[in-house]
Design a protein around this ligand. Structure first.
Ligand SMILES: Cc1cc2nc3c(=O)[nH]c(=O)nc-3n(C[C@H](O)[C@H](O)[C@H](O)COP(=O)(O)OP(=O)(O)OC[C@H]3O[C@@H](n4cnc5c(N)ncnc54)[C@H](O)[C@@H]3O)c2cc1C
Length: 460
């Protein structure tokens, strides 16, 4: 029997998913991981690795799993990826490593690299004995300040600390992790696990100071003066809105607010100090991971109906395939080719429906993505008592005014050169703050590259 299919992940029964924020899928057990690893052809030219923004030696770590040597697999993985349990869960592997797996050419399913990465990441965390941690000591005098604690910052901090630099991370929120902590829900990325990965950074000497809003609590200029180098990884946390009538009504949320209330402030627990109104009929506007996370969160908070409305077609949805499948299994109704034109209230205070107009797909743009046009006179309304807007984010506007001398572009992003250096001599930047909203792994890749530049210059 040919190994056409990859080994599936065990999933929580749908009924249980809807009443809990527990993780939807389970990590492979040892036997399944070994079986999956044995599907890998160990290609010499490793096309899969070329699709990885942080350069994991994919056949290398998978071949170690195949021969039951999990410690060696962990060493290979952890040597370039500070957050394997996280990446194994949320990276869009289908667009990166797995897309280039040779198996796909032979009409077989790609080796499940992400699931194997998650397996080894969890193995390490369960073992509680992280490789190299004890052998790293701050040996250099150079001090590095890292602003923000999302994946870009964490991977920059990790590599700088591993090179012996003295690293301090400043985070504005009361918990570190960036979107990993406040954005991506528990059912996709358990927070215990994020905290454990962050603990492993503390093991190697990274200091993390929370409740420090740089530009307000502490001036950016002071950091630049007091530290040899500064890395800015402040992300893109400013929600975009549609600019349509009714967005100011009660019951209209940005996905950021909705998800932060549930993830960071645990609004779903009975004793949360920032509870969230229990809505019955929720409409989420958008088609990416953020929209699906908001819709699946709404379901778990007890909605009677949750609709995800997207102005392009099903094929154009930007969320991960796995997340779309899970959302459909759980009962999210996906309505495509409809664009919101107005948020309606019958009492002038609370949202009562969204008015849509039907759309149709148009020719693909230069990126190959199909656009859409609105169909005149096709308006209709869908009733709801809450609307969640999940159409993207921009960089935090504070960096524009509060970070003296730092140049930003028209979108508020920080331009960087090939060394990830900004216009300021000792200031580097990476992640969503430089690109706009992107992915965990691209942020980590940027953090790593910036760290390499910082290390080359300051770790002598
Ligand atoms: C709901 C949601 C789901 C997502 N799902 C996925 C997914 O499945 N897969 C994927 O690859 N990507 C996903 N993404 C995108 C991904 O999470 C981001 O691209 C990534 O987190 C960007 O990392 P970052 O380090 O640049 O910034 P962030 O993760 O945004 O972290 C920035 C941090 O900087 C802090 N900060 C900001 N300003 C200051 C300041 N002045 N002083 C101190 N601290 C500051 C913020 O509080 C924040 O903690 C998702 C995003 C969201 C919102």
């Amino acid at each position: 029997m040919l190994d056409v299919k990859r080994n599936a992940l065990r999933e929580l029964p749908i009924k249980e998913r809807l009443t809990t924020f527990k993780e939807t899928t389970f990590t492979y057990d040892d036997e399944t991981a070994i079986k999956e690893a044995k599907r890998c052809h160990k290609c010499k030219n490793a096309p899969c690795a070329k699709g990885c923004p942080v350069g994991v030696d994919i056949p290398g770590f998978i071949s170690k799993i195949a021969c039951h040597d999990f410690d060696s697999a962990a060493l290979i993985l952890k040597s370039v990826n500070a957050l394997p349990s996280i990446c194994g869960r949320v990276c869009p592997q289908e667009e990166q490593c797995e897309k280039f797996c040779v198996k796909c050419k032979a009409n077989r399913e790609a080796v499940a690299t992400g699931r194997l990465e998650r397996f080894i990441g969890d193995y390490l965390l369960n073992k509680g004995n992280l490789p190299k941690a004890s052998s790293v000591v701050s040996t250099k005098t150079s001090k590095i300040a890292v602003i923000g604690s999302g994946p870009a910052s964490l991977s920059c901090a990790n590599d700088c600390a591993m090179a012996g630099l003295d690293v301090t991370v400043f985070e504005s929120l009361h918990s570190p992790g960036g979107v990993l902590t406040y954005g991506i829900p528990e059912f996709r990325l358990p927070k215990d696990l994020v905290n454990a990965e962050i603990e492993s950074l503390k093991n190697i000497g990274v200091k993390i100071k929370v409740n420090y809003l740089i530009g307000k609590t502490l001036f950016f200029k002071e950091l630049v003066e007091q530290y040899n180098a500064v890395f800015i990884g402040t992300g893109a946390g400013l929600p975009k809105f549609l600019g349509i009538e009714g967005e100011e009504l009660n019951g209209v949320y940005s996905a950021n607010e909705y998800l932060t209330r549930t993830n960071l402030m645990k609004a779903y627990s009975t004793n949360s100090q920032t509870p969230i109104v229990k809505h019955k009929n929720v409409i989420v506007l958008g088609g990416g991971n953020v929209a699906f996370d908001a819709a699946r969160t709404a379901l778990r908070l007890g909605t009677e109906s949750t609709i995800l409305a997207y102005r392009r077609g099903h094929n154009e949805l930007r969320a991960r395939h796995e997340e779309i499948v899970h959302a459909q299994q759980e009962g999210v109704q996906i309505k495509t080719l409809i664009a919101p034109v107005k948020i309606v209230s019958t009492d002038g205070v609370n949202v009562t429906s969204v008015e849509f107009v039907r759309s149709e797909l148009s020719e693909p743009d230069s990126s190959g993505r199909r656009g859409f046009t609105l169909i005149p006179n096709s308006n209709f309304e869908i009733a709801c008592d809450a609307t969640i807007v999940a159409i993207g984010t921009n960089p935090n506007p504070l960096i524009k005014g509060g970070f003296d001398g730092l140049i930003t572009d028209s979108r508020g992003c920080i331009p960087v050169d090939s060394n990830f250096k900004t216009n300021l001599d000792t200031v580097y930047a990476g992640g969503d703050a430089t690109t706009g909203s992107a992915t965990v792994i691209s942020a980590m890749g940027a953090g790593k590259k910036a760290a390499a530049s910082i290390i080359a210059r300051f770790a002598n």
